[in-house]
Write a protein that binds this ligand. Structure first.
Ligand SMILES: Nc1ncnc2c1ncn2[C@@H]1O[C@H](COP(=O)(O)OP(=O)(O)OP(=O)(O)O)[C@@H](O)[C@H]1O
Length: 294
């Protein structure tokens, strides 16, 4: 098991901020953790990596209990607010990791080239821009060639070129067999990286998250949406409310042919029908911005 999280619960004083998280990952994947501010993403990553204790549940990473210190040979965590030392160079930071983890120094040059920070490797970190710091943090996270890479908001502060570099590196690592779990608010980037998204809200992973993205969604404009809704509800067919005269449905819930047949049988006129692929942004809006789901 690469990630095995079972009923993880965490509270701060009386407030439960993780309310029973379950995640199972058995083969390499890229997974995105998406949710509004305060939904519990950082807390979850911190609990997984034993930076925080939790109240209930278990966490297993790379087949070992998360408290086993030996996991950090194979698991890396790029934290959101990780502290770097201004007076040290990028090289010093990487060298430190190499000595602690007994990684050969030749990896420093290799990783610096890979993330595009070779030119400023010997500069002091206090002279780095936000994006340069993010490069260094990424280099520090991948120098051990981890099997599992956890990243909290890795795209913060990156210009478009750096974001592309980051994306390409993550995709390469995935192809080499690394599992990646990242939190991000950048839904366009997430769409380019993966269609496996866990949507988090108030400390839980939403069940709707299990819907695979990139399935087709149809949006139908109808002469009588209310009637269409009650017909679909009576057949327990899932739909999504849209504008006042539109509703939409996923092809996984009902084929287009079935929809047309049901509308015809009930004398509902289909004025227009549009098709699109469901991306992360749209799914986010449906889940968090009040576009109702049944
Ligand atoms: N040290 C703490 N003490 C008390 N409550 C905390 C603490 N850290 C986080 N919280 C609370 O836990 C909840 C989850 O916070 P968390 O930082 O995990 O959310 P997040 O999804 O990572 O948010 P963001 O997208 O803003 O980074 C929030 O309600 C937050 O206020």
């Amino acid at each position: 098991m690469i990630i095995g999280i079972d009923n993880l619960k965490k509270r701060y004083k009386k407030e439960w901020v993780l309310k029973g998280i379950n995640i199972k990952v058995e083969a390499p994947q890229i997974i995105a953790l998406v949710g509004p501010n305060g939904s519990g993403k950082t807390t979850l990553l911190n609990c997984m990596t034993h930076l925080l204790d939790f109240n209930e549940g278990t966490v297993e990473l790379i087949g070992k209990k998360h408290t086993d210190p030996s996991i950090f040979k194979e698991v890396s965590y790029l934290q959101d607010n990780r502290i770097l030392y201004g007076n040290l160079t990028g090289f010093d930071h990487l060298k430190f990791i190499c000595s602690v983890q007994k990684i050969p120094d030749v990896n420093i040059k290799k990783v610096a080239e890979r993330v595009g920070m070779y030119e400023y490797l010997k500069k002091r970190v206090r002279n780095y821009s936000l994006g340069m710091k993010q490069h260094l943090l990424l280099a520090m996270s991948i120098i051990n060639e981890p099997k599992l890479l956890l990243l909290d908001e890795p795209l913060t502060g990156l210009d478009p070129t750096s974001a592309i570099t980051m994306r390409n590196i993550l995709l390469e690592l995935y192809q080499e067999g690394t599992t990646i779990l990242l939190s991000s608010h950048n839904l366009d980037e997430i769409d380019r990286l993966t269609n496996t998204i866990y949507f988090m809200k108030d400390g839980s992973i939403l069940k709707e998250s299990l819907l695979k993205l990139n399935t087709k969604q149809y949006i139908a404009t109808l002469n009588n949406v209310d009637k269409a809704k009650s017909v679909l509800e009576s057949g327990s067919i899932r739909y999504i409310n849209f504008q006042h005269n539109q509703l939409s449905f996923m092809e996984t819930d009902m084929t287009l042919q079935t929809f047309i047949r049901i509308m015809n049988e009930n004398e509902i006129v289909i004025i227009d029908i549009d098709k699109r692929k469901v991306g992360a942004e749209q799914r986010y809006q449906e889940l968090f911005e009040g576009v109702e789901s049944m």
